[in-house]
Design a protein around this ligand. Structure first.
Ligand code: GDP
Length: 319
């Protein structure tokens, strides 16, 4: 692998894809290929086939996906399973046909069983029942890992997978309803501060625990994993258990997260709980032992990341 490789970042307009592009540029990769949705529809196999035939791509970062928070997953399950399956199948199959040697598929921590032992190790995949609120999305992401492994086993490709914990940071979706918890709460706490509201109501009981990783750390981990030589990657994984967790290894309750966000935003009112909204999985913490043994550790702490994310939210309201 070289710094001049032609690298396709699928999903470069998304939060993770754009962070990967920034990181690759920062590290001196000069030949990055991107396409907007209007130029290339990843759901259409014929478009993918033409793209790979024309572009002589060496590496692919698969950061394109339909993503959303707990309510969006509940409301649009068909969109989540269909679009993600189609994108993965098309990109992986057509990349293989065109001779792309190395790929990084990005999954999610929701691939693990709802009640997986914590912290969740890579080998808890497919050992139990998934969380119902995002099962269709999780099934699609599991299929993505298995596509990579199957092409590796049958065709000798070097398609790798990373499973990020909950991500946040610049380029997030700050919709009040359809977003994940951090961007949703940044917006709601900010608006409550502006309007002088006495209370911010958060969803669920506040008791679930989550781990959060700043997206620039995620991008750095992705480039780190892609740059490993094939022997090192294979030595630290297994052919049918080839994915690597990416996280900080630390978690926090949603209540404490909300308190911290209130402090970062500068909101001094109360926090209330709407227990008619779902809690989702009780706890979701990654075992990051595999990643640590490969030499990568998260660097950006939660408070520092939240402060940066709040600045991004503020500039997004001006964009
Ligand atoms: P999850 O990790 O897949 O459950 O995704 P989310 O980020 O959507 O939710 C994480 C946790 O935060 C869940 O327990 C939610 O009920 C809780 N939560 C509290 N307030 C909010 C909010 O305003 N938006 C979202 N998305 N979740 C919230």
């Amino acid at each position: 692998m070289s710094k001049n490789d032609r690298i396709f970042v699928a999903g470069h307009r998304g939060m993770v894809g754009s962070a990967i592009v920034r990181k690759l540029q920062e590290q001196g990769y000069t030949n990055i290929v991107t396409r907007s949705r209007s130029e290339l529809d990843l759901v259409q196999q014929s478009e993918m086939k033409r793209f790979f035939a024309e572009e002589s791509i060496d590496q692919v970062y698969m950061a394109a996906a339909k993503v959303g928070g707990i309510l969006a997953n509940n409301d649009y399950p068909a969109d989540f399973i269909y679009e993600n399956l189609m994108i993965e199948a098309n990109v992986i199959h057509e990349a293989w046909r065109a001779g792309v040697k190395r790929m990084l598929f990005l999954g999610s921590s929701c691939i693990y069983p709802r009640l997986a032992p914590q912290p969740m190790a890579e080998n808890s995949l497919l050992t139990g029942v998934l969380e119902a609120t995002n099962e269709p999305y999780a099934i699609a992401k599991i299929a993505g890992i298995k596509l990579c492994e199957s092409y590796n086993r049958q065709y000798g490709t070097d398609y790798r997978s990373v499973m990020p914990t909950n991500l946040y940071g610049p380029g997030d979706n700050y919709d009040a309803q359809k977003s994940h918890v951090i961007p949703g709460l940044l917006r709601r706490f900010h608006e409550a501060k502006e309007s002088g509201a006495p209370e911010v109501v958060i969803w669920g009981t506040g008791k679930p625990m989550r781990e959060f990783l700043y997206v620039d750390d995620m991008a750095e981990a992705c480039v780190h994993v892609m740059a490993l030589d094939a022997e090192t990657y294979q030595k630290n994984t297994q052919p049918m258990l080839s994915h690597i967790n990416v996280g900080t290894g630390e978690d926090i309750t949603i209540r404490d997260l909300a308190t911290t966000i209130g402090e970062v935003v500068g909101y001094s009112g109360r926090i209330g709980f709407d227990t008619s909204k779902p809690d989702g999985t009780p706890r979701k913490l990654m075992d990051v032992g595999r990643l640590h043994s490969l030499g990568w550790y998260a660097r950006i702490g939660l408070r520092e990341g939240l402060a940066k994310a709040y600045q991004d939210f503020l500039s997004s309201t001006r964009r």
